[in-house]
Design a protein around this ligand. Structure first.
Ligand code: SER
Length: 318
């Protein structure tokens, strides 16, 4: 991995991943792909090349790949689960037509491709506790439908055309650089902002709703390590369960109150998010990722909370 195109570089994952790759691969071109209206700013803009690359425009993808001799594409353009329920056709267009555009460019130009899957690739009939790597995947949300199809299409391009596709099923991701938008797990980011701003947190999912979550530094390491893994050891490709922590709103609130005792929590359930959350795993089994490429998380709820509060506090001037 040397010259990398990150599609969706100004989103929650992309903004942090682009900067990490620029730090770790200074000799490479780490290209921040973005769409008008979501331009890179500040450090992201100043520290490397940026190009308009709309995932729905195969020609734009091909031009950027050729211009920078790209060997790896991170495909991070997506509508998250709750937003996708509002705009299912748009979600399909970005997630599926976007993916096939990327896979075709990758096939013609010999690129490796990472397209994240998610806990959303599972559904109500999936075992919710210690969700196995290989199990029932019958999600009910359009987000989940596109994630299952993404996994299948990525594997298809590997088996049929030897395109080096690999990925992980991300839990809900918690970070302080860029807010997620329109996901079911967003509450676990927003609660930190509320705590530091001294605002009451209005939680859209109910107490007792458990979901896998992960701190962004672990997620980024997974996204890089899976692409650097020895391919001869991979029995799976698209996509690996990865896990680090599982909690409900009460548990994350208690973890934050250890450092911000004044945090107040009230529930106003969003039926769309609750329905989606109830269909997702409580806790995934990530033993295949551990065995096949040495995955291991570094953060638990307490160490993440300390780090989040410190960085977010600096950002918010608190
Ligand atoms: N974080 C995503 C969402 O909530 C799931 O992958 O939609």
């Amino acid at each position: 991995m040397k010259n990398v195109l990150i599609i969706g570089s100004t989103g929650q994952i992309g903004s942090d991943l682009t900067m990490k790759l620029r730090r770790e691969i200074p000799e490479g071109a780490i290209v921040a792909g973005y769409i008008p209206g979501f331009e890179p700013k500040g450090e992201l803009l100043e520290s490397g090349p940026a190009e308009v690359v709309n995932v729905c425009d195969g020609k734009q993808i091909a031009e950027a790949v050729k211009k920078y001799k790209v060997d790896t594409i991170y495909n991070l353009a997506a509508l998250l689960s709750a937003t996708a329920e509002k705009f299912p056709l748009k979600a399909w267009d970005i997630q599926m037509n976007g993916l096939i555009n990327i896979l075709e460019v990758a096939r013609e130009n010999g690129c490796a491709v990472f397209t994240p899957s998610s806990i959303g690739a599972f559904g109500p009939s999936t075992p919710h506790v210690n969700t196995p790597q290989d199990t029932i995947q019958r999600p009910k949300s359009i987000y989940g439908v596109t994630k299952v199809a993404t996994e299948l299409l990525s594997d298809y391009y590997f088996f049929k055309y030897a395109v080096d596709t690999r990925s992980v099923r991300f839990p809900g991701l918690i970070s302080y650089t860029t807010l997620p938008g329109g996901g079911t797990t967003d509450y676990a980011v927003e609660i930190y902002y509320a705590a530091l701003k001294g605002e009451e947190f209005v939680c859209p999912v109910a107490a007792g709703t458990y979901m896998d979550m992960m701190y962004m530094p672990d997620a980024l390491r997974a996204a890089v390590e899976i692409m650097q893994a020895d391919p001869s050891k991979l029995k799976h490709r698209n996509s690996f369960n990865i896990a680090s922590m599982s909690f409900d709103p009460e548990e994350i609130a208690a973890a934050i109150r250890k450092y911000v005792p004044s945090l107040k929590l009230r529930y106003e359930i969003d039926p769309v998010r609750q329905h989606i959350a109830d269909s997702w795993p409580d806790k995934m089994d990530d033993s295949c990722a551990r065995e096949e490429w040495g995955w291991a998380p570094s953060y638990d709820l307490d160490s993440m909370t300390q780090d989040m509060l410190r960085h977010l506090g600096e950002k918010l001037g608190k």
